[in-house]
Design a protein around this ligand. Sequence first.
Ligand SMILES: [Fe+2]
Length: 207
Amino acid sequence: MLGAWHLLYSYMACVLACWKITLAIRCVTMRLTQLNEEKQKLALEKLQADRSDYEPFLSKESIDIHYGKLAKGYVDRFNAGEGDSDFNRAGAFLHNIYFPQLKEPGGLNNPRGASLMLINSKHGSYDKFKSEVTKVAMSIQGSGWVYMARNGEIKTIKNHALRSDIVMLIDWWEHSWFTDYGSDKSKYLTNFWKAVDWEVVNQRILT
Ligand SMILES: [Fe+2]
């Protein structure tokens, strides 16, 4: 009888040891993956047009500051290992979604194709969608972002964060509107719609 208990005890000890080893291997693997990701260098996505071509939505001065210094700063600091790497990675990630979706503003610039279908199905019409975006954006306290998710919902981000469901993104940090609009950030939003490249949004919805 004593032998059976001894065998059972040995078996349980073995199971526990195996579980601990498995857990340790998993932790090491996760940490190595994290370190590998942290070592990968980031790059700032290119603009669609020249910096002076975003008037009247954004002036060249505003693009120089926002894109040329602030957005680039997140990339540079991440690559140099300076500051909070998670914050800088998320800042670079979001600006790399925001800027490439902007085109030279002008003309009738309504959504079409997949983005129009998504907006109409979720919000009824483009006008209602824009009103809802404005309402949500104006309710943000402090720095953040507003975006349309892949399922058509309007969502917000406080400060910076990585998200996998962004198809259209609005930078709502003060630095994005203050240079050109002063305290009138609603006008920044009104002009934003003139510069959205809906083809880029459509590609994000469909991929
Ligand atoms: Fe920004």
